[in-house]
Write a protein that binds this ligand. Structure first.
Ligand SMILES: [Zn+2]
Length: 170
């Protein structure tokens, strides 16, 4: 959602379940279209006067004229063709590996919408015969007890943890 995953993985291997700030959508939405946010953001920044965006620089839908808004989950979130395709790709990836040894990494996941990542990961860990869950979070380190030895939790700052892991790779 914060466009960091795309820096490490090709788009066809990611799933933006909650959308991405890299894209805009029509606020209605009137169409199943995502717009690259970069040129709109650059124009808004270039035209800013004392931290205010000029009204003529507010992104507008080319089809209906309503505002374009960040493509991130809210009550008008566009779950269109691109979103459905990425969900299908993710579900196929998981399905094809259901009999394999699977490690589910839950890195820095918040508690606001547990139905998106946390609960499905718990469910997959419980159902898949050789799946394990490792969650890393700065705010807590409790693994769900019902998963027993299939789940582990680490309380850590991801920046520190990942920089140590990177040094270990070299
Ligand atoms: Zn529109």
């Amino acid at each position: 959602m914060d466009t960091q995953v795309e820096k490490a993985f090709p788009a066809e291997r990611t799933c933006n379940y909650q959308g991405s700030f890299a894209c805009l959508q029509c606020k209605q939405p009137c169409c199943d279209e995502l717009f690259d946010a970069s040129p709109y953001v650059e124009r808004m920044i270039a035209g800013m006067e004392r931290f205010e965006v000029r009204s003529e620089d507010v992104p507008r839908c080319p089809h209906c004229g309503w505002q374009l808004v960040p493509w991130v989950r809210d009550d008008t979130f566009l779950q269109g063709a691109a979103w459905r395709e990425s969900i299908e790709r993710y579900e196929r990836f998981v399905r094809e590996r259901s009999d394999c040894r699977v490690l589910l990494l839950e890195l820095g996941v918040g508690e606001m919408t547990p139905g998106i990542i946390t609960l499905p990961f718990w469910s997959m860990t419980a159902k898949l015969p050789d799946a394990h869950l490792l969650s890393v979070n700065i705010s807590g380190d409790s693994a769900p007890l019902q998963l027993g030895s299939k789940a582990e939790a680490i309380q850590a700052d991801l920046r520190t943890l990942l920089s140590v892991a990177r040094v270990g790779d070299e």
